[in-house]
Write a protein that binds this ligand. Structure first.
Ligand SMILES: [Fe+2]
Length: 354
């Protein structure tokens, strides 16, 4: 049994044409463009589907705002799909399409799908990096590109009232692997058939900048290296797209969690779209970690986050192979409840660092 990653992210939006233009400018390949629906894909075959918010093909709204309405996860074989569906059908309704796609709701109400996916292999050739005394390109210039071409959908992120329970549904019922935990802020898991550090991240709705309701936060697309990423950023800015919301405002940054370089754009489809490069790739030998969000969030950012100015950041990391760190954060949490001490000092402008 293996889930290979996001096969389709299906958005419900207000303006299909405007939202379609965003994805075209972002570098996705258009499969079909119409007034009711636009479909795009990346090299791996993962799709972004854009429909109107009131499209009858969409499941009931997960939150009262634009964003991903249904995430379809790709499964490697028909046998694996049927095994997953048989388990899910034991305690919930599973609706099947003629092509075998299964639709259901997670325990937290999130609409999900599963379908067999013939995931395409992806070709990348990031430029070797030169350093003093370590010459990997001699008389060779770096690659000249015309545009950024996203290769993969690396992860989707949702706010959750009980991020432990939301994560555990994916681990216990869909075979995901626990990756890491930002204590009190959220937790990460990876689909069992992929090596990206995380395929899904649940963020606590109790964070000061969170919407106090579950729903879509952002979607990340894998690029070859920092040059392709920043070319995409420059071209998006040239086309008028912004990164001014709290989550997008960090500019170019590198996480400590997952090591990835990233850059967000405000997304008319809802939440943010993330260019993502040089992430950690892990397998079942990975030992999950837990840390305070201030230590775990960033190695650096072009826009210095407020918490870096406010306090000395203590080095804080423990291994968490038995998931014990999740226990204190189990249960519903909203802004009405006292947020965990470790995230009390978060400010809205720190959101991009989570
Ligand atoms: Fe992300």
């Amino acid at each position: 049994m293996a889930i290979l990653g996001v096969e389709s992210a299906i958005f419900g939006v207000d303006d299909v044409a405007q939202c379609g233009k965003f994805w075209t400018d972002f570098g996705l390949t258009a499969v079909s463009l119409g007034p009711e629906e636009c479909v795009f894909e990346v090299m791996s075959g993962s799709k972004v589907v854009v429909r109107r918010r009131d499209d009858v093909r969409l499941p009931a709204a997960y939150a009262d705002k634009p964003g991903v309405r249904e995430t379809i996860w790709g499964v490697d074989t028909a046998e694996a799909l049927e095994k997953l569906v048989a388990n899910l059908a034991g305690d919930r309704k599973v609706r099947r399409d003629a092509d075998g796609t299964a639709h259901f709701f997670a325990d937290d109400g999130m609409p999900l799908g599963l379908r067999v996916w013939n995931k395409r292999s992806v070709l990348s050739q990031p430029d070797p990096v030169n350093a003093p005394g370590k010459i990997q390109r001699l008389n060779l210039h770096r690659k000249w590109r015309q545009r950024a071409i996203p290769k993969t959908i690396n992860h989707v992120v949702f706010f959750a009232k009980d991020y432990v329970a939301s994560l555990e549904f994916f681990i216990n019922r869909l075979g995901f692997r626990y990756s890491d935990h930002s204590r009190g802020a959220g937790a990460f898991a990876r689909a069992d058939g992929t090596n990206e550090h995380h395929s899904i991240f649940f963020v606590s709705t109790a964070l000061p900048m969170a919407p106090d309701q579950p729903g879509f936060m952002h979607i990340a697309f894998g690029l070859e290296d920092i040059d392709e990423l920043m070319l995409g950023v420059n071209q998006m800015h040239a086309k008028g797209w912004k990164n001014i919301s709290t989550n997008s405002s960090g500019g170019l940054s590198r996480h400590r969690i997952s090591s990835a370089i990233y850059y967000y754009f405000d997304n008319p489809n809802g939440g943010e779209a993330e260019y993502h490069a040089d992430t950690d790739y892990v397998d079942d030998n990975w030992v999950p970690r837990v840390w305070d969000w201030k230590f775990g969030s960033l190695l650096w950012a072009t826009h210095t986050p407020s918490f870096w100015r406010a306090a000395k950041i203590e080095w804080d990391m423990q291994f968490d192979q038995d998931r014990a760190s999740l226990e204190p954060f189990r249960g519903a949490r909203t802004k009405a409840a006292k947020p965990p001490e470790s995230v009390e000092r978060l400010k809205p402008e720190d959101e991009h660092a989570i």
